[in-house]
Design a protein around this ligand. Structure first.
Ligand code: ADP
Length: 388
C-alpha cells in the first residue's frame, strides 16, 4: 500500500486526542483510501469505498466514527464485519485510535458464550462491532437498542455476500433508524451488494482505490502441476523458507489433512478454518502473529481480512475458484510497507480459474511454469531468484 499523496492527517479537523493517537500508532500520512474517505465521512456523507484489504480501510472509517462518537454515552455506531477475526481487528483499531477520545467499543461475535456479550453490552459501549449472525440473535431478543444509531459501516460487503449474509444484512438494516450515515467497504461490487447499497444509502460518495489488482509489491509465480505433486513441492518450499508463510487450501478438511502432513515432517504449522473452536482459531492466529509458528494453513473465509504483518510468502495450495479470492489472498502479503511473494499451484482443472483471474487483474499475472515431471527438485527458472 502506498501512502504517497500530499494529504496529511493534520489537514483533517479532528480532535487533538485523535491526532495524538494517530501519531502514537505511527501513522504518518493517510493512505489513499483514508485521504479520500475521511473528509466526506466527517461531513456525514454516505460513502462506498472500493478497496481491497491491506489498504487502510479500517482507519478510513474508524477515524470519522471516533470523531463523531467521542464522548457520547449511548450506542451510536455499528460496524458489521464478516468474520470474528476481522471484527477483533476492527475493535483493536477503535481502541488504538479512539480510547483517549472516549470511545468504548464492544464486540459481538458468534462462537463465544452469550454471557460475554451481555458483559460487553453492559459496559455502555458507544461503538459496536459485530458479525451479522450473532447480532441478529440480539435483535430478535430485544437486547440491544438501536434507536440512537447514527452511523452504520458494513466492512467487506462482498465477502458478506459470498458467505450468504445478505438476508441478515437486510434484517439488520430494517432494525436501524432510517436517518443515519452509512458507509460500505468492499473489494468488488456484486449486483446484490450494489442493490443493497442503492437502497440503503443516500447519494453516496464513491471512492475507488486502484483497480482490483493485487498489491504491486507482491511478486507472483504460478506452477502448473499434478494434484499429487502439490504436497511434495509445498514441503520443499516450506523447508527452504525462513519467514512467515500463509498457505491457502480450499476446504476445511483439506486444511486439516495438509496441516497433518506438514506437522508430520516436524515443520510446525498452525491451521485455521470455520469449524475450529474460537479458542483454537485465536491461538493459531496469535502463534502465527507472534512468530511461534511460521506457517499457517487456512481457508479463505478464516483468513479473510486478517491483518498480519510481515507475511513473506502466500502459497495458493489450491487455486481459488473465485477470482476475487485470488486478489484477497495476495493482499495478505505486501501489506503497507512489506513486500512479498505469492506462489500458486495450478492443476489442469484450474486453468479456467487462472483465466478468470487474468481477466480481473490483467497482464499482471505471469504464465504458469509447467512442472510436468516434478521430481522433488524443481529447476525451472521461475522458481529460483524470485525468492528472497
Ligand atoms: P484493511 O482494513 O484495508 O485491510 P487495515 O486498516 O487493516 O487495512 O490496515 C492495514 C495495516 O496498515 C494495519 O496494520 C494498520 O495499522 C496499518 N495502517 C493503516 N493506516 C495506516 C497509515 N496511514 N500509515 C501507516 N500504516 C497504516
Amino acid at each position: 500500500m502506498s501512502t504517497e499523496n500530499d494529504v496529511k492527517f493534520t489537514d483533517f479537523p479532528l480532535l487533538e486526542t485523535i491526532h495524538q493517537s494517530i501519531r502514537q500508532a505511527g501513522f504518518e500520512r493517510p493512505t489513499p483510501i483514508q485521504a479520500a474517505c475521511i473528509p466526506p465521512a466527517l461531513e456525514g456523507k454516505d460513502v462506498i469505498g472500493l478497496a481491497q484489504t491491506g489498504t487502510g480501510k479500517t482507519a478510513a472509517f474508524a477515524i470519522p466514527i471516533i470523531q463523531r462518537m467521542s464522548g457520547r454515552s449511548e450506542l451510536g455506531a455499528l460496524v458489521l464485519a464478516p468474520t470474528r477475526e476481522l471484527a477483533a481487528q476492527i475493535t483493536t483499531m477503535f481502541n488504538q485510535l479512539g480510547k483517549d477520545a472516549g470511545i468504548r467499543v464492544a464486540t459481538i461475535v458468534g462462537g463465544v458464550p452469550i454471557s460475554e456479550d451481555h458483559a460487553a453490552l453492559s459496559s455502555w459501549p458507544n461503538v459496536l462491532v459485530a458479525t451479522p449472525g450473532r447480532l441478529i440473535d440480539h435483535i430478535e431478543n430485544g437486547k440491544i437498542s438501536f434507536a440512537e444509531i447514527e452511523v452504520l459501516t458494513v466492512d467487506e460487503a462482498d465477502r458478506m455476500h459470498d458467505m450468504g449474509f445478505v438476508p441478515q444484512i437486510r434484517r439488520i438494516l430494517s432494525a436501524l433508524p432510517r436517518k443515519r450515515q452509512t458507509m460500505m467497504f468492499t473489494a468488488t461490487l456484486p449486483d446484490d451488494v450494489e442493490r443493497i447499497a442503492r437502497k440503503s444509502m443516500h447519494h453516496p460518495v464513491r471512492v475507488q482505490i486502484g483497480q482490483c489488482a493485487p498489491a504491486h509489491r507482491a511478486q507472483q509465480e504460478l506452477f502448473e502441476l499434478a494434484e499429487d505433486a502439490k504436497a511434495p513441492l509445498l514441503l520443499k518450499l516450506l523447508g527452504k523458507s525462513s519467514g512467515r508463510v500463509l498457505v491457502f487450501v480450499r476446504t476445511k478438511r483439506g486444511v486439516d489433512r495438509l496441516a497433518r502432513k506438514i506437522n508430520a515432517r516436524r515443520i510446525r504449522a498452525g491451521r485455521i478454518h470455520g469449524d475450529l473452536e474460537q479458542v483454537h482459531r485465536d491461538k493459531a492466529l496469535s502463534d502465527f502473529r507472534h512468530g511461534r509458528r511460521l506457517i499457517l494453513v487456512a481457508t479463505d473465509i478464516a483468513a479473510r481480512g486478517l491483518d498480519i504483518s510481515n507475511i513473506e510468502h502466500v502459497i495458493n495450495y489450491d487455486f481459488p475458484h473465485h477470482a476475487e479470492d485470488y486478489v484477497h489472498r495476495i493482499g495478505r502479503t505486501a501489506r503497507v510497507d512489506a513486500s512479498g511473494l505469492a506462489t500458486s499451484f495450478v492443476t489442469r482443472d484450474d486453468r479456467r480459474f487462472v483465466n478468470q483471474v487474468r481477466k480481473l487483474i490483467g497482464e499482471n499475472l505471469p504464465n504458469p511454469t509447467r512442472l510436468d515431471s516434478y521430481s522433488a527438485k524443481p529447476t525451472h527458472s521461475a522458481h529460483r531468484s524470485k525468492r528472497r
